[in-house]
Design a protein around this ligand. Structure first.
Ligand code: AMP
Length: 369
């Protein structure tokens, strides 16, 4: 099956193909035909890595009328990085289509700059909930005119404390709109929101964890006690001199410590962790994307949503504390049909969790000695 079979126009198919999206993933097969028809709301259980951005993005962009210069659709996402990534993906999808203008707006950046950008024609806004409310209060966005509302990573938005903002947005947008909700989990508060704001005849779909888009990732591990991990890491980095990679830690402390150690050893490496100011995070991301540094150390939260392509490897200095995070982490390598390595340094304590990851995600780690 291909995207044309799902009803996607050939110019969008061309845009998808250019970024390596050729055969639809499970969620794309299920969601795209329904959302293109747009006769019901949607509640989809799916996580990052399943191809959900295209699953809602392609139908959404198909429904936008480029001739109407108003904001017609709103995508809400929990973090600025994810907003930027979604906007960037939409831009790529529409490379060969009529121009659809997408803006990402989020907290942490000066609102003036975003206000200036929004003065230009904008069809779709991708926003964090707080910043969106801010813009609506200033009269920049007329929520009543929104025809499509997508909630991406709805559970994350709730756990980040955006419940009030979300309900305000759901209230202030017209009941005539289409609401498409994507979430990895459906906690109780989210179920309440669904009951109240999503049409009762909504289409429900669930994508299991094994359905992450098939990438050519090799999963390996090295058994290493905490104290030996830095040496093993530097040994590995020496063998991968010109490769770009992400190094993950579970804690901010470990990330900071490791960053210091690697800098002291002379490795140009960036650090990304949740306590950093947006300005500094942007600077690090620019250096990494601009290939000024080849290595980036990050915690799970700080890395969420960042879309860095063509990474040769992802190294797990510590395993994450949630299985989903392993998917997020390793999904950063082997993009667009390329091969990639996901290497875990695993202490005795972590070993059990490695097996749990294997079972849950139906993957196999091979041991490197
Ligand atoms: P997402 O779950 O939307 O964050 O997508 C994760 C990654 O998979 C992105 O880098 C997409 O470009 C890529 N991707 C999405 N759909 C497909 C597909 N059908 N085939 C291959 N890669 C895909």
């Amino acid at each position: 099956m291909n995207f044309l079979d799902l009803g996607v126009t050939s110019d969008l198919v061309k845009g998808l193909k250019e970024i390596g999206i050729v055969s639809p993933s499970a969620i794309q097969q299920k969601a795209i035909p329904v959302l293109l028809e747009n006769t019901s709301d949607m509640v989809a259980r799916a996580q990052t890595g399943t191809g959900k951005t295209a699953a809602f993005g392609i139908p959404l962009l198909s429904h936008i009328n480029p001739k109407i210069p108003n904001v017609q659709a709103l995508v809400l996402a929990p973090t600025r990085e994810l907003c930027q990534q979604i906007a960037k993906q939409f831009f790529k999808f529409t490379k060969y289509s009529d121009k659809i203008y997408v803006e990402a707006v989020y907290g942490g950046e000066k609102i003036d700059r975003q206000l200036t950008r929004l003065k230009r024609t904008t069809h779709v806004i991708v926003a964090t909930p707080g910043r969106l409310i801010d813009l609506a209060d200033r009269g920049i966005i007329d929520l009543a005119k929104i025809r499509f509302l997508v909630l991406d990573e709805a559970d994350e938005m709730l756990s980040m404390g955006f419940k009030k903002e979300l309900t305000t947005i759901l209230e202030k947008t017209t009941s005539q709109k289409s609401t498409w909700l994507f979430s990895a989990t459906l906690p109780k508060t989210l179920q309440e929101i669904i009951k109240r704001y999503v049409q009762p005849n909504a289409t429900h779909i669930t994508i299991d964890k094994g359905s992450v888009v098939n990438r050519k990732i090799t999963h390996q591990y090295v058994q290493a006690e905490e104290i030996a991990k830095t040496d093993i890491l530097t040994y590995f980095l020496k063998s991968r001199k010109n490769d770009r990679g992400l190094i993950f830690t579970r804690t901010k402390d470990a990330a900071r410590k490791l960053h210091k150690v690697l800098l002291a050893k002379g490795y140009p490496v960036g650090l990304l962790e949740g306590d950093m100011h947006q300005k500094d995070r942007d600077k690090v991301m620019r250096a990494f994307l601009g290939k000024k540094v080849n290595l980036l150390i990050s915690t799970d939260v700080a890395a969420r949503g960042i879309d860095v392509q063509n990474l040769a490897f992802v190294l797990h200095f510590q395993l994450p504390d949630q299985i989903d995070y392993y998917t997020h982490r390793s999904g950063r390598t082997a993009r667009g049909g390329k091969e990639g390595l996901s290497l875990a340094l695993v202490s005795k304590e972590e070993f059990k969790f490695l097996r749990a990851i294997e079972n849950e995600l139906k993957i196999r780690f091979s041991q490197i000695r």
